[in-house]
Design a binder for this molecule. Sequence first.
Ligand code: G3P
Ligand code: CA
Length: 226
Amino acid sequence: MRKFFIIGHRGACYYEPENTLRSFKKALQLKANCIECDVRLTKDNKVIVIHDKTLDRTTNGTGLVENFTLKELKRIDAGKKEKIPTLQGYINLIKNKAIMCIELKKCKNIVKETLKIINKNKIYDKVILLSFYVSYLRKIKKLNPKIKTGFLTFRLILAIKRAKFCKAELIGIYHKFISKEFIDNCHKNNLKVFAYVGVKENPNENYLKKLINLGLDGIALNRPTL
Ligand code: G3P
Ligand code: CA
């Protein structure tokens, strides 16, 4: 039987504050076998787990993440009194329990600093680095071809060509654009495919079943249960 990935999107962000250890623990409890997070850099070049460029939407802080040191950010509440996690904190929690899908957001030096942490932890076979940015994915493969990568995209056009150019192993695509033809094409090109939903979208079981039966290899959900 093929291995199917139930990916906890930002943990289990339907239930808990997104991208917090509390959210990741909930996703593990729900039996997600892969946990997604988003990473950015602090002012002092520490890799932390947060989705947006600014603190405003997900924390009680305000302003650009890159303007604060880790020490300053640790004083902020990311929801239900959770701290903004470091990438190392996320790895410590998940590394023996699920595959780690780490999405690199647009941020100077994010590739270099993330790879330092992956190398230090020697978790090459447990991690997939995701990004919407072709240049980041190409750089990752150049620096360490052992690390698996996934090309993220909103659109079908040129998706396979771009993923191949990055030497990515998989494509993550917005669920509404998935078709059987696209999945078959990815598989012919030796690419796995997962679908992701928007942070406010929680499709029903019937819809998800239909989607999965098209031949997907995984799905990133805010409620990672099936
Ligand atoms: O896994 C892909 C997905 O997380 C990309 O979108 O905005 O939720 O980071 P976003
Ligand atoms: Ca993400």
